[in-house]
Design a protein around this ligand. Sequence first.
Ligand code: HEC
Length: 94
Amino acid sequence: MYSKLFIFIMVLSTCLTANADIENGKKLYDTANCARCHSSDIFTDEERAVKSYEKLVDRIEWCAIYQESGWNEKEIMDVIKFLNKNYYKYPVTK
Ligand code: HEC
């Protein structure tokens, strides 16, 4: 009985944390002026260059540096999670 409750709470808190990361990623993205070089249209373009979650991570790490976003590793990951959830929908591998 208690162990089931425990598992339920663990699962619930994992979901909540994931959502908090995505919310934070959205906030960071919205305030970073990423559209200075490209609009968010390129995330949905048929011809987009990013074909996997790994490529998405590489690209955003690169862009975040160019944007001089000042984001730390955790913040970059939050933005990656947000863009992946909203546009790319690749299976998350890291
Ligand atoms: C200095 C200019 C510049 C800035 C600022 C910039 N990017 Fe980029 N970004 C690029 C270039 C160049 C590409 C490659 C475009 C292409 O492949 O056609 C790109 C591509 C991307 C892609 C991949 C698009 C695809 O092909 O699916 C993502 C995701 C992305 N940028 C996210 C961001 C985010 C998030 C920010 C804000 C932190 C940002 N970019 C800021 C230059 C920039």
